[in-house]
Write a protein that binds this ligand. Structure first.
Ligand SMILES: *[C@@H]1O[C@H](CO)[C@@H](O)[C@H](O)[C@H]1NC(C)=O
Ligand SMILES: *[C@@H]1O[C@H](CO)[C@@H](O)[C@H](O)[C@H]1NC(C)=O
Ligand SMILES: *[C@@H]1O[C@H](CO)[C@@H](O)[C@H](O)[C@H]1NC(C)=O
Length: 391
């Protein structure tokens, strides 16, 4: 009875006031279901309480406070916290039904009123995309769809870390929920995600793995460098522009080789390996096979191993001849010495070395000298040693 009387007095007072500018913050305040909201008035906290404070939601009183007591409308008791010093109000466990206009009327020395709006939004949840992946051929169409629960949702699609924008091949429809490719390109391959947001929350979908298969294109053989000598190893590599990686087969003069794979290794080649080599790249996804241009391989017989020059060969030949000559010459001296020794018993001269050399038949001497010119000192020394031992 007392409070209704006060109420009437307040109503009379309020009729004299105008809307208090900025008593409550400008709306809408946006909150998620389950959140709390605090309507703070612009009043500075005072020690003397307001004569009366009336909070209304959509025109209905939810709280009426005087210095003596606070009356909270049934249904709000557990959800309202009132702050008497500023006449502010906190509302907890928000429901979407709490969306709407809130108004406060404060009577003290003056009478003020203010209002704001609250928007309680359902948070984004249950974001799903379909399909979860797409394995496509180039130029195929595909449509990705995104769905989500929540209120005031906005959708956008990400391609890796860049936002998908509409183009002649790409359409975004149904408020961006639908991403439609009229024709995918190989460059569209990637991981796509749908981002869903509203003012109170944000969620990202699982990835959609889009694979765009193409090729093979530009199949080619990269040969090792000629010349190909008999006995050497030839390695040929095949490459192609393709997704997925193609299956490679090898062909010589259009006859398939038993070996498959990007690398062909021909060991200890002979002229029988000669031919026009090509590889064929087969893409199992596109079912396309593309053959490389042929690469002619010609194996030649090389007399000289590239590791030994003509000069080196000549040196080896001469060294052999010297060795043979040395053996022959040594044998001659040995026999000749035996005869000489017999003579030396007649002439007791120990200094026979020089004589023996001088006594060597002229043709033998000349022959030896001509070889010695072409060999190094060590050969000469060896010959001398042998000569001395032969004595
Ligand atoms: C996806 O990103 C790649 C570069 O990362 C780009 O080439 C391609 O056009 C993009 N596709 C779409 C649909 O955004
Ligand atoms: C996407 O799919 C392709 C084949 O469909 C697969 O090879 C690749 O690993 C997948 N990528 C991811 C990140 O899952
Ligand atoms: C390779 O092809 C060329 C031209 O097509 C041809 O002249 C040549 O005889 C071929 N070589 C072999 C070994 O078949």
């Amino acid at each position: 009875m007392e409070s209704s009387l006060t109420y009437l007095i307040i109503l009379g007072a309020l009729s004299a006031v105008t809307e208090g500018a900025g008593l409550l913050p400008d709306g809408p305040l946006q909150k998620a279901v389950g959140d709390s909201v605090r309507f703070n008035t612009s009043k500075t906290p005072t020690e003397t309480l307001f004569h009366s404070v009336l909070w209304k939601f959509k025109g209905e009183t939810i709280l009426f406070a005087t210095p003596a007591n606070n009356n909270t409308t049934p249904g709000y008791e557990d959800r309202i916290i009132y702050f008497p010093s500023t006449a502010s109000l906190e509302l907890r466990n928000l429901l979407t039904n709490d969306s709407g206009e809130y108004r406060v009327e404060i009577v003290s020395a003056t009478a003020d009123q203010g209002s704001t709006t609250l928007e309680v939004l359902e948070a984004v949840s249950g974001v799903t995309v379909s399909p979860n992946s797409a394995d496509l051929l180039e130029n195929a169409p595909v449509t990705l769809r995104c769905s989500s629960s929540g209120s005031s949702l906005t959708f956008l699609w990400m391609n890796g870390s860049t936002e998908v924008t509409a183009s002649d091949r790409v359409q975004l429809t149904n408020e961006n929920k639908t991403l439609n490719f009229t024709s995918v390109s190989r460059y569209d391959q990637g991981l796509y995600r749908c981002h869903v947001s509203n003012p109170v929350s944000h969620k990202i979908s699982e990835t959609v793995n889009i694979t765009v298969n193409y090729g093979p294109e530009d199949t080619r053989v990269s040969p090792s460098k000629p010349p190909y000598a008999t006995g050497s190893t030839i390695i040929l590599m095949c490459s192609a522009n393709s997704r997925p990686s193609p299956h490679f087969t090898w062909h010589v003069n259009s006859t398939k080789l038993p070996h498959d794979g990007e690398k062909l290794q021909l060991m200890k080649v002979t002229m029988s390996n000669n031919g026009n080599y090509s590889c064929r790249a087969f893409n199992p996804k596109t079912s396309v096979t593309v053959e490389s241009p042929p690469v002619p391989i010609t194996v030649t017989v090389l007399v000289v191993s590239p590791a030994c020059s003509a000069g080196c060969i000549a040196g080896i030949v001469i060294a052999c001849l010297v060795l043979v000559a040395g053996l022959v010459g040594g044998g001659y001296f040995y026999l000749h010495k035996k005869k000489t020794n017999r003579r030396m018993t007649d002439f007791p001269n120990t200094e026979v070395h020089q004589n023996d050399y001088v006594n060597m038949p002229n043709h033998q001497h000349d022959n030896m000298s001509s070889h010695y010119e072409n060999v190094d000192g060590s050969h000469y020394e060896n010959m001398s040693a042998e000569f001395r031992r032969a004595k």
